[in-house]
Design a protein around this ligand. Structure first.
Ligand SMILES: NC(=O)c1ccc[n+]([C@@H]2O[C@H](COP(=O)([O-])OP(=O)(O)OC[C@H]3O[C@@H](n4cnc5c(N)ncnc54)[C@H](OP(=O)(O)O)[C@@H]3O)[C@@H](O)[C@H]2O)c1
Length: 363
């Protein structure tokens, strides 16, 4: 998510126009077709495991919404799925993707609140990287006219995760300070924007140096991710910070915890550091889990520190948290309407674009 501003908006618009012009020849399926195109992951591993293929057209079951997909999100989590680098990976072949935006094409029996033609964004338990998706009505949200489809596809995962961690788990309030790793990523930028909605919040962020220029305005103190961030934060704030958002699960957890002020909250929400190349690394995986084990729970209460975990997908798909997520989406859409937050779209790629596959390998 490094690019932003006018340059990206123009580039994005050009891409939409280019794709709109291309659509008839590129084989977009008609609504009455029995087949649709999707990106298939044939087995866990490298980029060669991904290909665009035809699949049977899904039809909405009871309580489901059928969406003609206009854009789908490409998140770090998708990269981890491709590698099989997640807890309990599902069986392959599968169609990746957890979020999309588009137009309602049909609704199942007993589906309420949606009509054909509604503009929506949705979470899906896989299958989002396709022309057509059927998903539970509880995971679908109407989007405002001012929100473009690419913006909507970049909105839900990043902003819902950021909002719930900051406001529901950590209780962010005026005057607090937050440390976020991967500040230039989708979640990192959503965290920075949401922190700016609360007065006097100081944001410390780490990111690769090449992103600094683009994101400097959104982060109060930005550090090179290769530096010792604990030392850098302490130079500016000797007492540490109120909230640490850690998506490098296990890497230096003890170090990050030492930065917390009394009653501060440390939230683990990802394991980006387990990705060291195009395919899964068992060594990194094992090393990370070993580090996590070293956190001493007794010290947590002696030092008045809160350690928490957050997984949006577990909340949605395993723990029945749809209504909480829906309430969060509604608050976020209000902030969007007030122009306080705006999803950042780095770039757009057509389904068949080889670059889509490259993008997955670049991280
Ligand atoms: N728990 C949840 O509900 C939830 C929801 C969404 C995302 N997440 C997690 O949040 C993290 C960020 O996701 P995202 O979609 O915002 O990512 P993103 O936009 O793809 O950005 C990820 C950033 O992570 C850094 N990175 C890449 N490879 C890394 C590695 N091997 N070790 C350390 N850092 C690396 C890079 O930034 P720099 O080089 O600038 O550091 C990269 O730009 C991921 O771990 C993802 O799984 C969790």
């Amino acid at each position: 998510m490094a690019k932003e501003g006018t340059e990206t908006a123009e580039e994005t618009e050009q891409m939409i126009e280019k794709n709109a012009a291309k659509e008839p020849e590129s084989g977009v399926t008609a609504p009455d077709s029995k087949e649709m195109r999707a990106v298939l992951l044939s087995g866990f591993g490298g980029l060669n495991k991904l290909k665009v293929t035809k699949k049977a057209m899904p039809e909405p079951q009871e309580g489901e919404v059928k969406i003609r997909v206009k854009a789908c999100g490409l998140n770090f989590l998708d990269l981890m799925v491709r590698q099989g680098n997640i807890d309990n990976p599902p069986k392959t072949p599968l169609v990746p993707g957890f979020e999309c935006s588009g137009i309602v094409e049909a609704v199942g029996e007993n589906t309420k609140g949606f009509e054909i033609g509604d503009r929506v964004m949705a979470f899906t338990n896989y299958n989002a990287w396709a022309e057509v998706v059927c998903t539970q009505q509880d995971w679908v949200y109407k989007i405002p006219d001012e929100m473009t489809f690419p913006e909507a596809a970049a909105f839900s995962m990043n902003f819902v995760a950021a909002y719930m961690m900051l406001f529901e788990v950590a209780n962010l309030r005026e005057g607090m300070s937050v440390l976020v790793h991967s500040a230039g990523g989708g979640v990192g930028q959503a965290v920075a924007q949401l922190c700016a909605t609360v007065p006097n919040v100081t944001v410390f962020g780490t990111a690769s140096p090449f992103k600094h220029e683009a994101i400097r305005h959104s982060v109060t103190h930005l550090f090179d991710r290769n530096l010792d961030y604990v030392a850098e934060v302490r130079k500016i704030s000797p007492d540490g910070v109120d909230i640490v958002l850690d998506c490098l699960c296990g890497e230096n957890t003890g170090k990050g915890l030492s930065l917390l002020k009394p009653l501060g909250t440390y939230i683990l929400y990802g394991s980006s550091n387990m990705v060291t190349g195009e395919t899964k690394s068992f060594f990194t995986f094992a090393k990370s889990w070993w580090q996590v084990e070293k956190v001493n729970p007794i010290k947590l209460y002696e030092e008045n520190k809160v350690m928490a975990g957050f997984s949006l997908l577990s909340l949605l798909f395993k723990q029945g948290g749809c209504s909480r997520v829906k309430a969060t989406v509604s608050k976020l859409l209000s902030l969007f309407g007030e122009k306080k937050i705006k999803p950042l779209v780095d770039s757009l790629w057509a389904l068949e674009e080889k670059r889509l596959l490259c993008l997955l390998g670049e991280q």
